[in-house]
Design a protein around this ligand. Structure first.
Ligand code: SAM
Length: 282
């Protein structure tokens, strides 16, 4: 049977590959593996990538999601911090000639533009939970802008990304994600789907960039404002934003002086960012 552009069907089951290489999950690297190819193929389908696409996968580990991505015909650039997976992933690269590149590196330090050769790229990953939020903020606000992101998070983080204003999960992550992207939870994944199972449930979030992304200066200001506002989310904004302009800033943004961070929508935060930038340049 030929699966897409590459034939990977002769590879042994992932459990056997792990056993053959004597590999066990390491907690320090946030390793919880997806060994069921039905699940990884579903994630690859949800990512909507295929032949001609460049995909950065953070943390391929034993390569279950990597196999599914390669089956779509995509060009996969895998960034893995744990060098123990090198030989196993070299075997996978040999089964998909020319389609898989491996970088043994920390994804937090990766230069994605260099990895994709200056071409547009997507990110698809079952993220290590300890650095998931930091990586998402890097891709949402940094100089390299992914064409789409399909990311597994612990469910509570996924809910914080898509949270509506006024909800319990609404905070900095929701504002920054939604000021830059369309974001939706596209799949729930139970803890038992992973080896070893984590203590929490998981979910896959898909993010696609808004046509108009705020400028770097606006994003910078948004990060400052949301850090101060949600740092003291129970306080009124005029108190939590005192050091950044307090009431004058809130008035310039056209907001209620009684407002608290959790009641201000994304557009309101963008107006606060603009008011702060305007006050600084005045
Ligand atoms: N993709 C595999 C799967 O679905 O079975 C493994 C997912 S596991 C949740 C996270 C992976 O990310 C592990 O392979 C781990 O070694 C790797 N990892 C952890 N921190 C990393 C970092 N800072 N940069 C790159 N990879 C990292």
């Amino acid at each position: 049977m030929s699966l897409g552009r590459v034939s990977l069907e002769t590879l042994p089951p992932l459990r056997d590959v792990l056993a053959e290489h004597g590999l066990m999950a390491k907690k320090a690297f946030g390793q919880h593996f997806l060994l069921d190819l039905n699940i990884t193929r579903k994630i690859a389908r949800l990512a909507e990538v295929g032949a001609g696409d460049r995909v950065i996968e953070v943390g391929p580990g034993p390569g279950g999601l990597t196999r599914a991505l390669l089956e779509t015909g995509a060009q996969v650039i895998a960034v893995e911090k744990d060098p123990r997976f090198g030989p196993l992933l070299e075997d996978l690269a040999a089964a998909a000639p020319g389609a898989l590149t491996l970088e043994v590196a920390d994804a937090l330090d990766a230069d994605e533009a260099a990895l994709t050769g200056g071409q547009p790229g997507h990110v698809v990953s079952n993220l290590p939970y300890n650095v998931g939020t930091a990586l998402l903020i890097k891709w949402l606000t940094g100089p390299w802008r992914p064409a789409s992101m399909t990311l597994m998070f612990q469910k509570e983080v996924a809910q914080r990304v898509v949270a509506p204003v006024d909800g319990d999960a609404y905070g900095r992550l929701a504002v920054i994600a939604q000021a830059t992207s369309h974001a939706a939870i596209v799949m729930d994944v139970p803890a038992r789907a992973f080896t070893p199972p984590p203590k929490v449930e998981s979910a896959v979030v898909r993010l696609t960039p808004l046509a108009e992304r705020p400028s770097p200066a606006r994003l910078d200001a948004l990060q400052k404002i949301t850090a101060a506002a949600f740092g003291q989310r129970r306080k009124m904004l005029r108190a939590s934003l005192k050091a950044l302009g307090g009431e004058a800033l809130i008035e310039a943004a056209g907001l209620d002086p009684q407002a608290r961070a959790e009641t201000v929508d994304v557009a309101g935060f963008l107006r606060l960012a603009d008011a702060w930038l305007a006050a600084r340049s005045a």
